[in-house]
Design a protein around this ligand. Structure first.
Ligand SMILES: Cc1cc2nc3c(=O)[nH]c(=O)nc-3n(C[C@H](O)[C@H](O)[C@H](O)COP(=O)(O)OP(=O)(O)OC[C@H]3O[C@@H](n4cnc5c(N)ncnc54)[C@H](O)[C@@H]3O)c2cc1C
Length: 496
């Protein structure tokens, strides 16, 4: 039986689910409140530069859920540049030069390999090369050895042990503490976690982190960036799939409420008009869907308590630099790192933000079409809490920090757009503008993630806030949730 299906929101989760349902033969209508599609994963053009609305790199590219969806749709309309991992470097605070990330990780793993007859020599040579660089930033040989052990433990973990990590509900800090208590190592993982999950390692699920980090590091795919339009290329490719299979996408169409009768979905209200459909899929956060679009009266107390207890990740402050001339020549991504939070202590006075750095893709070094000839787009994002009152001060502090990493920055800037939590909230409809709609903590990942199926017939939620056993980072997680929900609906309808 073919059904009318409404999808509220054209974020990655909504578009992924809608495309697969349209391909399955259903009459799909996507209603998006913004004048553009993609939600957090979108871009805009300004004075000849294409700037991402947030700050994005994409885990696994077409080898993850995006590839899975586009293959099923028979579409070949999205291309990723895969070399980003190889072209990623760390820049340490008050230290000259760049540290290629790839080189360091592989070298550390090699250094941990057991010695063979000539292994001793290889191990020492590798260790020396890496140590010479790391010594400059105060890393001792003991720290280096322990870091190698942590890396090896993550990258060689077996399925059974990984399942146990999820089950035990360990945090990343607890997991690393089993191997090392070294503050440099914990600081480094806090930085990695900030970029991946936007929460502290004291809160992050060790199972989900090890799962994502291992996949990231051990496949040749790693982080990627799409060609042709910045991050916007991803939702655009999915939208083409929806239209190809007869679906419709309406922008500037905010859904005000979901209509329920006798515990069954009837449709949605847009500008005082009801649009009828027996199946409604919401790409809003599960919390907003339940509490705002449907309303508390339709759910029992236990379900409401569970929904109200869900926590988002931190948000972000993002500096989008449109540069007249290149600031960073050779890299596709430069992560700016303060090895210890002490670097900040006392520097900016009480109440100043604390951060250990910035995640920094340089999109136009990956796709030159994103900047005018000779120019460059560099984006630096850092995580921040949503509730800050003096954003001007925070911007001043972080910008001063950026300038310490790049003293020549000011004279190269054509213009700079800065995004705050309120901007991400506007793009997504998620009130605190989180990086991940649901923080990837042990009680909110894997089988503990809330189901896409709501306790109202015909109502579902997709995106980064719902989907039991959906995995991955950000966009990948949202797409995985979209696939799982579409397959569930397709299976159900076919059975009926
Ligand atoms: C600063 C930042 C950096 C990030 N970095 C990365 C990264 O590097 N890599 C990565 O993979 N992920 C990253 N993410 C996360 C990733 O962007 C999100 O997890 C993902 O895009 C969320 O997708 P979603 O399906 O949940 O939809 P969302 O992006 O949340 O979109 C929801 C959509 O629903 C629409 N909507 C809301 N209310 C209504 C309504 N009432 N009616 C109609 N439409 C409505 C919104 O306008 C929006 O289009 C980042 C996010 C942020 C904010």
């Amino acid at each position: 039986m073919k059904e009318n299906i409404i999808v509220i929101g054209a974020g990655i989760g909504g578009l992924s689910c809608a495309a697969l349902l349209a391909h399955g033969g259903h009459k799909v209508t996507v209603l998006e409140k913004n004048s553009y599609i993609g939600g957090a994963c979108s871009s805009y053009e300004k004075q000849g530069y294409t700037l991402d609305r947030s700050v994005h790199l994409f885990s696994l590219g077409l080898n993850g859920p995006f590839g899975k969806i586009l293959n099923r749709l028979n579409l070949n309309n999205l291309e990723f540049v895969k070399e980003v991992n190889k072209k990623t470097a760390m820049k340490f605070y008050q230290t000259e030069g760049y540290y290629p990330s790839d080189f360091n990780v592989n070298s550390m793993i090699n250094a941990m390999k057991p010695s063979t007859s000539n292994g001793e020599r290889t191990e020492k040579a590798t260790e020396n090369a890496v140590m010479t660089r790391l010594k400059k930033i105060g890393v001792t040989p003991q720290t280096f050895k322990e870091l190698g052990k942590v890396m090896a433990s993550i990258l060689t973990i077996r399925k059974k042990k990984l399942a146990q990590l999820y089950e035990d509900g360990l945090t990343v800090t607890q997991y690393i503490n089993q191997i090392s208590e070294d503050p440099f190592i914990h600081g480094l993982f806090a930085f990695i976690l900030a970029g991946m999950f936007a929460i502290s390692p004291k809160q992050a699920s060790a199972g989900e982190f090890v799962h994502c980090f291992k996949t990231e590091m051990t496949t040749r795919e790693g982080y990627q960036y799409p060609l042709g339009g910045g991050s916007q290329a991803v939702p655009n490719a999915l939208a083409e799939g929806i239209r190809r299979y007869g679906g419709e996408i309406h922008i500037n169409s905010r859904v005000d409420s979901i209509v329920i009768k006798n515990d069954k979905v009837q449709g949605v209200m847009v500008k005082n008009e009801m649009i009828k459909a027996p199946i409604v899929i919401s790409n809003l956060s599960i919390r907003m869907t339940v509490l705002n679009l449907v309303g508390r009266d339709y759910f029992d107390r236990n379900y409401l308590a569970k929904i109200e207890s869900l926590k988002p990740s931190l948000s972000s402050m993002t500096f989008k630099l449109a540069l007249k001339e290149p600031l960073i020549k050779e890299w596709g991504c430069v992560n700016l790192y303060h090895p210890t939070l002490d670097d900040w202590k006392g520097k900016y006075g009480p109440g100043a933000p604390k951060s250990n750095g910035f995640f920094g893709p340089i999109p136009s070094n990956i796709d030159p079409s994103l900047a005018p000839k000779g120019g460059q787009v560099a984006i630096f994002g850092t995580i921040v809490p949503a509730k800050v009152t003096n954003w001007d001060k925070w911007q001043e502090v972080y910008y001063a920090d950026l300038q310490e990493f790049f003293p020549e920055l000011k004279k190269k800037i054509s213009f700079m757009d800065v995004s705050f939590p309120k901007d991400f909230a506007k793009a997504t409809g998620k009130p605190s503008g989180p990086v991940e709609g649901l923080a990837l903590t042990p009680d909110q990942t894997g089988i503990n993630k809330p189901s896409s199926v709501l306790p109202i017939e015909g109502l579902y939620v997709v995106g980064d806030t719902a989907g039991t056993d959906a995995h991955g980072i950000g966009t990948q997680l949202a797409a995985d949730s979209g696939i799982k929900c579409a397959d569930m609906i397709l299976g159900k309808i076919e059975k009926n």
